[in-house]
Every structure is written in C-alpha cells, then in structure tokens.
Design a protein around this ligand. Structure first.
Ligand code: HEC
Ligand code: HEC
Length: 249
C-alpha cells in the first residue's frame, strides 16, 4: 500500500465508526481528511496523453465500453461527468476536492476505494499519490475534455530503442552468451524470439496470452527457478507487454 494511503488508515477506521448515523444523501468528508489528499501537480497537465491513458489503464476495465460498474462509464465525456447517486459529481471542474473520482481514488469514501482492492496482485493497485495529483491538477485546471472520440496516443515500443537495454540490465547476468541459462539469451531480438530449451518460444508477437515471458516476469510462473531474479517491476513489465502487443519488433 502506498505510504500516504496507509497513513489514512487509522483515521478511516475512526471515521467509519462515527458514520453509523443515518446517512444524508452525500456524506461530507471531514476537512482533516481532505487535507491529506495528495496535492495537485503544479504543472499544466495534458488530457489526451496523461489523463485519458490513466483512466484507460486504471478504470476502463470496469467503467469503459464493455462494463459499467455502478452504472458509471468513463470513456465518454457525458459518462465521466455523471453526478453519482451518493457522492456528488464524479468530476467537478475546478474543484478536485469535491470530485468523487478523487475522493474515491484516495480512499476517502467508505467502501468505495477505486479501483476496488482485491483481484490478482498488480491488477487493482491503488493509484499512486502522483497519479492522484495528476488527476487533481487536470480537474483544478478546468477538466478540459475535447469533443468527440479520443484518438489514442500510442507510443511505439521497439526492441532496439526500449526493450534491449531493459533486458540487458535485468537478465544478461544469466542469459547472455553461449552459457545462457536454459538456452535463453537476451543478446538480440532474434535470440529473445527464439526462446529457451524447455519453454520454447516465450514471446508470441501480438499475443499477450500465449507469451509466457509475461507470466514469468509478473512472478506468476511457479516453475521458473530463482523467481526473485525473474520478477520485473510494474512499469517495465507494462512496456514489455506493450512491445509484444505491438508485434515484438
Ligand atoms: C475492478 C472494477 C473496478 C475498477 C477497476 C474501477 N471501479 Fe469504480 N466502481 C466499481 C464498482 C463495482 C462500483 C459500484 C460500487 C458501489 O456502488 O458500491 C464502482 C463505482 C464507481 C463510482 C461511483 C459511480 C456512481 O454513480 O455511484 C465512481 C465515481 C468510480 N467507480 C470511479 C472509478 C475510477 C475513477 C476508477 C479508476 C481510477 C475506477 N472506478 C476503477 C468497480 C471498479
Ligand atoms: C540470477 C540468474 C537469472 C537472472 C538474473 C534471470 N534468470 Fe531467467 N533463468 C535462470 C535460471 C537458472 C533458469 C533455468 C534454466 C534451466 O532450466 O536450465 C532461467 C530460465 C529462464 C527462462 C526459461 C528458459 C527455458 O528453459 O526455456 C526464461 C524465458 C528466462 N529465464 C527469462 C529471464 C528474463 C527475461 C530475465 C530478466 C528479466 C531473467 N530470466 C533473469 C536464471 C536467471
């Protein structure tokens, strides 16, 4: 759990103890709790390249084109600005501390931490203070959302430019040259695509499910020796995933 979120923990218990009073339509958040919200970033933020991609990765699984949990849909402007049943406007332009998505992402609304905890590790991580600060800044700066569908900005990920140095840094100690463990070498794109002796191909371009490399790096392969040497942090793992999605070139 992120440190700022755990620091809220004990106060949340106190608060939820008090809130057994009959509930008004919208439970006000005590100022002392609001004061603990991660601060808005102090720079202009960009909706298309920063905010929308965060919504997409953290929220669309449940509030996107396929599912609308809580009847809330965030991939369109009309949907995202909904006034929620119990917690006021989801997004109140200019007032991030009155916007339900911020209060929920920060865990200030009882039982409504978004994304909700649970699921598999890494799948429903709470937003970081930095990410909440980004969303707050966007809302405080007016919550601009251009008309029409949002054209996605996809950064190309290439082996030479992005993946090779990452694999060299974390893997080449054991997976380089003629004595590479399991015959799997990260010395070139061809070698990575060739795979290893017992796993065979671990990268199937364009196919995240069949690419067992992702399972290994996510720490979900129970057979791989030295699991700690194979576990990759979330951010580089996402990049490897995007690289495979784009065809592993
Ligand atoms: C794993 C699924 C899941 C993810 C991911 C998720 N939510 Fe939710 N969300 C829910 C569910 C379930 C509800 C309904 C909860 C209830 O009403 O008790 C909900 C309700 C909400 C509501 C209240 C809607 C209303 O009208 O009452 C808001 C606002 C919200 N989510 C925002 C977010 C935001 C912002 C994110 C991403 C940072 C997010 N959610 C990610 C499952 C999810
Ligand atoms: C400390 C050494 C070490 C590090 C670091 C390491 N591995 Fe391994 N890896 C091993 C060992 C040992 C095996 C098992 C080899 C065998 O079965 O003979 C293995 C097996 C594998 C295999 C399966 C190969 C086969 O047998 O088909 C893959 C794929 C793999 N590692 C990928 C990676 C990647 C990617 C990284 C970097 C993120 C990495 N490893 C980091 C030691 C390491």
């Amino acid at each position: 759990m992120t440190p700022w979120l755990s620091s809220l923990g004990c106060q949340m218990v106190l608060w939820s103890g008090l809130s057994t009073l009959p509930l008004a339509a919208q439970v006000p958040i005590p100022p002392a709790q609001l004061a603990k919200l991660p601060p808005a970033l102090k720079r202009p933020v960009d909706f298309k390249t920063e905010v929308y991609p965060l919504f997409k990765s953290a929220c669309f699984k449940c509030h996107g084109p396929e599912k609308q949990k809580g009847k809330y849909r965030m991939d369109t402007r009309e949907g995202a600005f909904k006034v929620t049943g119990d917690h006021g406007p989801a997004i109140q332009a200019g007032q991030s501390d009155k916007s339900a998505i911020i209060l929920m992402a920060a865990g200030l609304i009882d039982e409504m931490l978004m994304p909700p905890p649970g699921g598999k590790p890494g799948e429903s991580d709470p937003l970081t203070a930095e990410q909440i600060g980004l969303l707050r800044a966007w809302i405080d700066q007016g919550a601009q959302w251009p008309d029409g569908p949002i054209a996605e900005v996809i950064q190309p990920v290439r082996f030479d430019a992005d993946i090779q140095k990452l694999l060299t840094a974390s893997c080449s100690k054991c997976h380089s040259g003629p004595t590479a463990e399991g015959g799997f070498s990260v010395d070139s794109l061809e070698r990575v695509l060739a795979g290893g002796k017992s796993y065979g191909k671990v990268v199937v371009p364009g196919d995240l499910r069949k690419s067992s490399l992702l399972t290994i790096l996510a720490g979900k392969d129970e057979d791989i020796p030295k699991p700690e040497a194979h576990r990759m942090a979330d951010k580089p793992l996402k990049m490897v995933e995007e690289w495979i999605r784009q065809g592993a070139k």
